[in-house]
Design a protein around this ligand. Structure first.
Ligand code: AMP
Length: 191
């Protein structure tokens, strides 16, 4: 199985590149942000609870997202592999993911990290907010919180995967196609 963690701060381009990678490598896209937004749209209790935090740019509790990923992994036993987008975001989530994959007799193949500076991220998120209608993309103080959460809780995952020899950095600034080609060549090298 090819199991990829697509990593990077909010606005790095993970969602956009995931869609293209899923098509190229026939993988299942698991975005915890998308799963949470579906729960909100469905008006579930979990969605309502998550919305309170998401609207402030704060991470939802580990057990909520781990539970969602567990159910997606176990309901897709025939998958070629998965792209994890926006997950894991904490060390506890990364450890839980390693354990879940072990139960399925597989593991993470690589973390592909899109590297983009803060100034470019804020510009991209505010632009995305105009089109996507996402409330957490429209307010600079919420964006600042999301970047703060990323720096405090998520950035340390780069070391977690480096220690396993699984970190691959990719320049996240440039044309969509150039970034996609760089990601594809990193993935080809894993095969
Ligand atoms: P995203 O679409 O990945 O930018 O996520 C939007 C929001 O959903 C984040 O700001 C968090 O509040 C929440 N969220 C998404 N994925 C996770 C995760 N793996 N752990 C905790 N919170 C998450």
């Amino acid at each position: 199985m090819l199991n990829l963690v697509l990593f990077g701060p909010p606005g790095a381009g993970k969602g956009t590149q995931s869609v293209k990678l899923v098509e190229r490598f026939q993988l299942i896209h698991l975005s915890t942000g998308d799963l949470l937004r579906s729960e909100i749209a469905a008006g579930s209790a979990l969605g309502l609870e998550a919305k309170q935090l998401m609207d402030k740019g704060i991470l939802v509790p580990d057990e909520v997202v781990i539970g969602m990923i567990r159910s997606k992994l176990t309901s897709n036993p025939q998958a070629n592999g998965f792209i994890f987008d926006g997950f894991p975001r904490t060390i506890a989530q990364a450890e839980a993911l390693d354990n879940l994959l072990k139960e399925l007799h597989t593991s993470i193949s690589s973390m592909l990290a899109l590297e983009v500076n803060d100034e470019e991220l804020i510009k991209r998120l505010l632009n995305r907010g105009k089109d996507s209608g996402r409330s957490d993309d429209q307010d600079e103080s919420i964006i600042a919180n999301r970047i703060k959460e990323y720096n405090n809780k998520t950035a340390p995952l780069a070391n977690y995967y480096s220690a396993q020899g699984k970190y691959t950095g990719v320049n996240g600034i440039g044309s969509l196609d150039t970034i996609f080609n760089d990601l594809c060549s990193s993935i080809e090298k894993l095969k």
